[in-house]
Design a protein around this ligand. Structure first.
Ligand code: XMP
Length: 511
């Protein structure tokens, strides 16, 4: 079935994917396409509406992206946001000028005239601005619909032409009724029915992947994490046994995780999944190493070597699947600031695999959308709602040298911690929670005997993006149960401490 769809034309602004995501959340399928799409291509795409995004340029720059005026007379509704709003005015003979002062942040705006775009929005509300240029005169046949104190044309449009411009960013959460405005554009102006769901996304992706990958050899590296798991499952749904997944088990996963990967993906979903059981190899490589960065580097390099060996056994493939998601795409485009920790992920793999092309089916999605796709594909919550877990695994939660005995103690303690947090119903509100085995031993007394055993630290944080974090206020009685259970049930642990440091100054992980 062909869904109704909206075309989001990308003029280079930083929130473009966010606009696409908001449209999808409002149950209308959309694609983000380059702004130089021709009128013929647009007509062939057959959108119910077009959104011009913001962008860093001024319409007066010689190199700034323009639009063929014919796009505005196709009879297809158009919404221009920020640069897009200025571009429409400029193209149709209105006036755009440099503002005396750039406007950034929250502003109150008021509607002067009502239009389908303002349905359900009060006369005054807060919007979020980020611009230097603004429209000072609207084109003939258009009306000014709203303004702020310093931006006379905040919203303008023509009911008859179904073309509107908004100077602010309705897609960001700081714009109070921004989402309502996008909803109004889709439903009141474009007449959307709202026929798109996550199930629709899965269906379409599977069909597109099937077409692209049919009869080809496909390889995917699975880490046990959400993104690679969902990407692999999606591709598996499309091409079945043409996909081989390699799971490098570095022996540093949490209790039960490696077994779960095998049972969900190989046994339940029937994937062609190869486990490279490399625990011994990683332990040997890590023997005698205590320095955190050295540990991280050894694990990263070893991971690539193990994967390379497995990939060689499989031979040349046509496609390599990667679980890249949209935040990774932005991340990799940014300058890297000071290296606090060398992060390990599967980014280095393409260099050791003989393949023709990379497929990244989740490239346009945000994390919560990826989780929803996973659920739609029937993956269990334990996979889909998995908390973030570092690539180097438990090695960076074991202070000092990584040994088999410490790994065992940590796994058992961490399992109890996770179990009790889930039992207390705190697992969704806490961003990350895990145990750490410190490099200290202390004296204790158990059953009239002196003990000299490990100190286990509990780390639990709340966060939205892991850039900053606060320690979670886990109720004392829950902490008490955890402490009692660990000291009773886990050998070689006789003291439990709770980490009460925020990030900064600490980091979430201890190494
Ligand atoms: P820190 O410890 O720097 O961690 O506050 C921030 C977030 O990143 C996770 N983390 C990693 N994730 N590879 C990853 O994929 C890594 O090497 C890595 N190191 C830390 C950490 O668990 C937290 O969520």
């Amino acid at each position: 079935m062909q869904h109704e769809r909206v075309l989001v034309l990308d003029f280079g602004g930083q929130y473009n994917q966010l606009i696409a995501r908001r449209v999808r959340d409002l149950k209308v399928y959309c694609d983000l396409k380059p702004c130089d799409m021709t009128v013929e291509e647009i007509r062939a795409y057959d959108p119910i509406g077009i959104i011009f995004t913001g962008g860093p340029n001024s319409v007066y720059d010689a190199v700034s992206p323009r639009i063929d005026p014919a796009v505005l007379s196709l009879g297809i509704p158009v919404l221009g946001i920020c640069y897009g709003c200025q571009l429409i005015a400029f193209t149709l003979g209105g006036k755009v000028e440099h503002a005396v002062q750039s406007e950034y942040g929250k502003r109150e705006f008021s509607f002067i005239r009502r239009s389908p775009l303002s349905e359900g929005i009060p006369e005054k509300s807060v919007c979020w601005m980020s611009h230097t240029d603004h429209v000072t005169r609207v084109p003939d046949g258009f009306e000014v619909l709203a303004s702020t104190e310093s931006c006379p044309v905040t919203v303008y449009g023509s009911r008859e032409k179904k073309i509107y411009g908004v100077q602010f960013h309705p897609e960001v959460v700081h714009s109070q009724y921004g989402n309502t405005m996008l909803e109004n554009f889709l439903y009141e102006v474009c007449g959307a029915k709202g026929d798109w769901t996550m199930g629709g996304f899965v269906e379409e992706q599977v069909a597109a992947l099937r077409q692209k990958l049919a009869g080809k050899k496909v390889l995917c590296a699975m880490s046990g994490g959400v993104d690679s798991a969902v990407a692999a499952t999606l591709v598996h749904r499309a091409v079945g046994s043409s996909l081989t997944c390699v799971f490098v088990d570095h022996g540093l996963l949490r209790k039960g995780e490696s077994e779960e990967v095998m049972s969900v993906f190989r046994d339940r979903l029937g994937m062609n999944l190869v486990r490279a059981d490399a625990g011994e190899r990683f332990l040997t490589a890590l023997a005698g190493v205590s320095e955190p960065e050295t540990k991280r580097k050894i694990i990263g390099a070893e991971f690539i070597r193990v994967f390379e060996q497995e990939a060689k056994k499989i031979g040349a493939v046509d496609f390599l699947v990667q679980g890249t998601i949209y935040p990774d795409v932005i991340e990799s485009g940014k300058d890297k600031s000071a290296v606090i920790k060398s992060h390990h992920n599967v980014g280095g793999l393409p260099s050791v695999v003989d393949f023709k092309e990379i497929v990244e089916p989740l490239r346009d999605l945000f994390k919560d959308e990826v989780r929803r796709v996973g659920t739609e594909l029937g993956l269990p919550d334990s996979v889909v709602q998995r908390q973030p877990f570092p690539g180097p695994g438990l090695a960076i939660r074991i202070m000092g040298e990584v040994t088999r005995e410490k790994l065992q103690t940590l796994r058992d303690a961490d399992f109890i911690f996770r179990e009790e947090v889930a039992k207390a119903g705190l697992n969704r509100e806490i961003w990350q929670y895990f145990a750490v085995i410190t490099n200290s031993k202390t004296v204790g007394v158990q059953g009239d005997f002196r003990t000299y055993e490990n100190v286990i630290a509990l780390r639990a944080v709340t966060s939205v993006d892991a850039m900053t974090a606060d320690w979670a206020r886990i109720p004392y009685d829950v902490l008490e149960t955890i402490s009692t259970r660990i000291t009773n049930e886990v050998p070689h642990a006789n003291r439990i401490v709770y980490d009460i440091t925020s990030k900064p100054p600490a980091t979430i992980e201890w190494e």
